[in-house]
Design a protein around this ligand. Structure first.
Ligand code: PLP
Length: 354
C-alpha cells in the first residue's frame, strides 16, 4: 500500500524538499525570466527573510526603502540590522538624493513595491531602475499585488513594462492571484543560493507541502497561457470605477484593479462596512489610520474576473443606500493624499495585511 502525505514532512534541508516544490521554483524562475527562485511558506516570510539576509550579507549595506512598504518588508529591514533611509512614497528625486549621499561605492539595496494595495498606485519602476544603475545599487521589488494579474504571462508590472531583467530580486506571493499559499523570490543563482544558505526563515521551518506546491505550479502555468482572467479583471475593475463615479460616489484615482472609495472619517468608514455586510450582504474592508493617513479613510474594493455586471450594479445600489443612510459626502475624490511621513513610524504599528 502506498502512503500519501499531506504535509511536507520536514524542513527544506531535512526531507521537506519535494519534486513539486523544485518544479514550482523552476516555474517561478521562468515566470520572471530569472536564473533561480526560492519558495517560502508565505509572502511575508519571503520578504522578511530575504531582505534581512541580503542586507546582512552585503558589508555596510544601506537599505533605501519606500515609506509605504508593506510590514513584511519593514520587518526585513529591521531584522537586517543595516542602516536604513526612507524615501518619500514613489519620490524618485528624494531617492536620488539618498543614493547620491551614500556614494557609488557603498553597498545599497533599494526596496519597493510595484503595486501599492491601499491606493492602487504603481511605482515609477523604470526611473528607480535607472537610478539604481547610475548609483550602483541593488533593487528588490515586491510584486505581491501584481503577479498573475499584470504582464502578458502574469509576471507582474515588471514584465508588463519590460523591466524584469533590470531588477535584481523580484518577490511575489502564491496566495493572491495564484490562489494557493506561499511566497518566493527570484534572482540570480548567486543571490538565491545566498538566501537559501543563510536565511533562518527559509532553513528552520517546515517546507510548503507538495500538494500546495503542485497546485501553485498549475495555477501559474494556467495564468502564463491564459489572458482571459487578466482582461476580465481589468474590464470589471474599470466598469466598477465608472459606475460608482457616475453615481457620484467619491472613487479615488487608481491605476490598477484596486478601487478605493473615500469616506474620510474612521467611524463612518467602519459603519459603512458594517452596513454593507449587515443590510446588503456585501463584505468590503474599511481601511483606517494608520494603514492610510487620517482624513483619507476609505472602503477598498477589489473586483475579480468573477464580479459580473449584475453584481457591480448591486454594489452601486448598496453603496448609494449606505451613503444616504449614513450621510457620507458624495463628490469627486481625486488622487489619494500622499501619506505623511509619520506613517513610517509604525514599525510597531504595521500596515494591516494586504
Ligand atoms: N507584500 C505585500 C505588499 C502584501 O500586501 C502582503 C500581504 O498579504 C505580503 C507581502 C505578504 O504576503 P502573504 O500574504 O503571502 O504572506
Amino acid at each position: 500500500m502506498s502512503t500519501i502525505r499531506s504535509g511536507a514532512g520536514g524542513t527544506r534541508n531535512i526531507s521537506g524538499t519535494s519534486n513539486p516544490l523544485v518544479e514550482l521554483e523552476g516555474e517561478l524562475a521562468d515566470l520572471h525570466g530569472k536564473e533561480a527562485a526560492l519558495v517560502f511558506t508565505s509572502g511575508f516570510v519571503s520578504n522578511e527573510a530575504s531582505i534581512s539576509t541580503i542586507a546582512k550579507l552585503l558589508p555596510n549595506c544601506l537599505i533605501i526603502s519606500d515609506e509605504l512598504n508593506h510590514a513584511s518588508m519593514i520587518e526585513g529591514v529591521r531584522r537586517s540590522g543595516a542602516e536604513k533611509k526612507i524615501f518619500r512614497h514613489n519620490d524618485v528625486a528624494h531617492l536620488e538624493r539618498l543614493l547620491q549621499a551614500a556614494g557609488r561605492e557603498r553597498a545599497k539595496l533599494i526596496v519597493f513595491e510595484s503595486v501599492y494595495s491601499m491606493d492602487g498606485d504603481i511605482a515609477p519602476i523604470k526611473a528607480i531602475v535607472e537610478l539604481a544603475e547610475r548609483y550602483n545599487a541593488m533593487t528588490y521589488i515586491d510584486e505581491v499585488h501584481a503577479v498573475g494579474m499584470y504582464g502578458p504571462r502574469g509576471g507582474g508590472i515588471t514584465e508588463r513594462e519590460g523591466l524584469a531583467d533590470r531588477i535584481d530580486i523580484i518577490e511575489g506571493t502564491l496566495a493572491k492571484a495564484f490562489g494557493t499559499l506561499g511566497g518566493y523570490i527570484t534572482g540570480t543563482s548567486a543571490v538565491i543560493d545566498a538566501v537559501r544558505s543563510y536565511a533562518p526563515g527559509f532553513i528552520f521551518t517546515t517546507a510548503l507541502p507538495p500538494a500546495i506546491a503542485a497546485a501553485a505550479t498549475t495555477s501559474i502555468r494556467h495564468l502564463k497561457r491564459s489572458q482571459a482572467e487578466r482582461d476580465a479583471q481589468q474590464q470589471q475593475a474599470s466598469r466598477t470605477k465608472q459606475i460608482l463615479a457616475a453615481a457620484g460616489l467619491p472613487v479615488m484615482e487608481s491605476a490598477t484593479h484596486i478601487v478605493p472609495v473615500l469616506v474620510g472619517d474612521p467611524e463612518l468608514c467602519k459603519m459603512a462596512s458594517d452596513r454593507l455586510l449587515g443590510v446588503h450582504g456585501i463584505y468590503i474592508q474599511p481601511i483606517n489610520y494608520p494603514t492610510v493617513p487620517r482624513g483619507t479613510e476609505r472602503l477598498r474594493i477589489t473586483p475579480t474576473p468573477f464580479h459580473s455586471d449584475a453584481l457591480i450594479a448591486q454594489l452601486q445600489d448598496a453603496l448609494v443606500e449606505t451613503w444616504d443612510a449614513l450621510g457620507i459626502p458624495y463628490g469627486s475624490a481625486g488622487r489619494p493624499a500622499v501619506a505623511k511621513t509619520d506613517r513610517i513610524i509604525p514599525l510597531l504599528v504595521p500596515k494591516s495585511g494586504g
